[in-house]
Design a protein around this ligand. Structure first.
Ligand code: ZN
Length: 208
């Protein structure tokens, strides 16, 4: 007789309102739009996850993991936004005040059609180093969250490297010494306007 395989089925119900949570095939974090609450299955139980919504205009809310980071390379270490801008070879744009504290790495928690698009979205947001303002109102809905924090950490390394100037990436010594250390990730949604299939963020003048 075959051994019994224990399969535990966890009811996907919102811990707040008790309604069943919408769950797509690849979703890993579930969102109750009524309660604006996110949960993840952890050790066979539903655990709440902090989810913030960043301010901005647009009806499509894309979830991102946001990690504070530092970079160590043959050129020294990078711990601030101005230092990171030098490393990435970008100048600050817009009239926004520079964010203080460590630079932030943006890794999409939703899926894009292809890996290059996924990296591109993370790369563009990371290069922007936007000042983050939280929107307290409840969003209508958010795009499915299909990557957990550990997955996002791994993808984050490629995204971080993708933001570094091509000249530096041609330097073998630089690449060999390159390492990014990520702090604790936070999950946040960022609004984009749907412009006939392209997603646009007005504040950052960014098209995905
Ligand atoms: Zn609920």
């Amino acid at each position: 007789m075959a051994e019994d395989v224990k399969v535990r089925v966890i009811p996907l119900l919102c811990p707040e309102c008790g309604r069943s949570l919408p769950a797509g095939e690849h979703d890993v974090i579930f969102h109750c739009a009524d309660c604006d609450l996110a949960v993840e299955i952890e050790d066979g139980k539903l655990a709440r996850r902090e989810l913030r919504h960043l301010a901005g205009q647009g009806e499509v809310r894309l979830p991102f993991w946001i990690f504070p980071f530092r970079v160590d390379s043959s050129e020294g270490s990078v711990r601030t936004v101005p230092e990171y801008r030098l490393l990435a070879g970008v100048v600050a744009t817009g009239s926004d005040a520079e964010r203080s504290g460590p630079p932030l790495l943006f890794v999409p928690a939703c899926s894009f059609a292809t890996t290059p698009l996924h990296v591109r979205a993370g790369r563009l947001l990371t290069l922007q180093q936007p000042v983050l303002a939280v929107d307290r109102s409840k969003p209508v809905g958010i795009e499915p969250i299909v990557f957990r924090e550990p997955d996002a950490r791994i993808m984050g390394q490629s995204i971080l490297l993708a933001t570094v100037t091509v000249e530096r990436k041609r330097n073998r010594l630089f690449l060999e010494g390159f390492s990014g250390s990520l702090g604790k990730g936070r999950l946040a949604t960022i609004p984009f306007a749907d412009r006939g299939g392209k997603l646009y963020h007005a504040g950052m003048n960014l098209e995905l």
